[in-house]
Write a protein that binds this ligand. Structure first.
Ligand SMILES: [Zn+2]
Ligand SMILES: [Zn+2]
Length: 343
């Protein structure tokens, strides 16, 4: 619903120490090439832990979706268009951008929600290049799925396919929101019959993963290898680490078949490799994967259209912005899927 644009808005302020207060900010006016969005939803992300505990100069939020309410000169997006915001303000002209690798832009101008104001406010000013339009009947909450959940994980799968075209089984380490998203995208992109073993230590998350078609393994109670055996597997073709934990990465690597690939998505600890047996002999690969390319969005939007209800199961909590403090406490408590703030 379009409201008249006010001059000021009340937005969350991340004070640090796990405290979120509210303060007043001017509603920005779009300049050349810019759009003003009225936010409808913004999902919480594990990468906001630093902002929650150390504070933030800008309004956080990098998984936002809303509706264009004002468009600056030189733009072609109509007022009233719903869409989602790509995190990285890529230049569009460097060697990376020219090839479509917009997540590896060499002259990145900003990261929305990290060094310029993001999506937890009522309005967000963005450059038009980072705005991705969605269908009119798609809710802002549904549109947020295109970002870290579908975008980041879809990219990880496409990275794996660069070296492994015939993925017939997979392990996902970590059943937090990214891990659940990885499970879902593996099913959506590679088929619902694909066996996907998913590990965690939090029973709530493992139960949710199981309801989404994953084969849960609680690594607090046994090893990944034992878990695989329970499901009749001895090895898998691809492993995706969302946990960032060295021990999980190592276990995932050890579970790989010949020509297997380990994709590292979760930031965190290291991985000790013994090059000959780990990599050279079995021709395995270890690949990093960071966010995603803007040009992956149209294909992911098609997946979202086809599997809306299934993908929406990843979102377990939706709270109004007035309850953002409680939302973060719940989220970092660990017993949630994706948590979304709705305006
Ligand atoms: Zn994120
Ligand atoms: Zn660039």
């Amino acid at each position: 619903m379009l409201k008249p644009i006010p001059e000021v808005m009340i937005v969350p302020k991340f004070e640090g120490g796990g405290i979120i207060s509210f303060h007043e900010k001017d509603v920005p006016v779009p300049g050349v090439g810019q759009l003003l969005l009225q936010l409808g939803a913004n999902a919480l992300c594990g990468s906001e832990r630093g902002q929650f505990y150390q504070g933030s100069e800008v309004t956080p939020g990098h998984e936002g979706a809303g509706i264009v309410v004002a468009a600056g000169p030189g733009t072609s997006t109509s007022v009233g268009t719903p869409g989602a915001v790509f995190l990285m303000d890529f230049c569009g002209e460097c060697r990376s951008c020219a090839l479509g690798f917009t997540n590896q832009c060499l002259h990145k101008r900003a990261d929305y929600g990290f060094n310029v104001d993001g999506g937890f406010g009522a309005y967000e000013l963005v450059n038009e290049n980072v705005f991705f339009a969605v269908d009119d009947d798609m809710s802002p909450t549904e549109a947020t799925l295109l970002l870290d959940i579908m975008g980041t994980n879809g990219h990880g799968i496409r990275r794996a396919q660069l070296v492994r075209g015939d993925i017939e089984s997979a392990v996902v380490s970590g059943a937090g929101p990214i891990g659940l998203g990885m499970l879902a995208m593996l099913k959506v992109m590679l088929g619902f019959d694909l066996p996907v073993v998913i590990t965690d230590v939090v029973p709530y998350r493992l139960k949710l993963a199981e309801r989404m078609g994953g084969l849960p393994v609680n690594v607090a109670e046994g090893t990944l290898a034992e878990g695989l055996k329970r499901y009749g597997l001895t090895e898998v073709d691809a492993a995706f680490d969302t946990s960032g934990r060295a021990v999980a990465r190592r276990a995932a690597l050890d579970a790989l078949s010949k020509r297997g690939v380990l994709i590292c998505i979760g930031h965190g600890q290291g991985l000790d490799l013994t090059i000959s047996p780990d990599l050279i002999g079995p021709e395995r690969a270890v690949i990093g994967s960071e966010y995603f390319c803007f040009n992956e969005l149209p294909e992911n939007l098609e997946y979202l259209r086809q599997h809306r209800d299934y993908l929406m199961r990843i979102i377990t909590h939706r709270l109004p912005v007035s309850e953002i403090q409680r939302a973060f406490e719940l989220f970092f408590g660990g017993a949630t899927g994706k948590v979304v703030i709705e305006q």
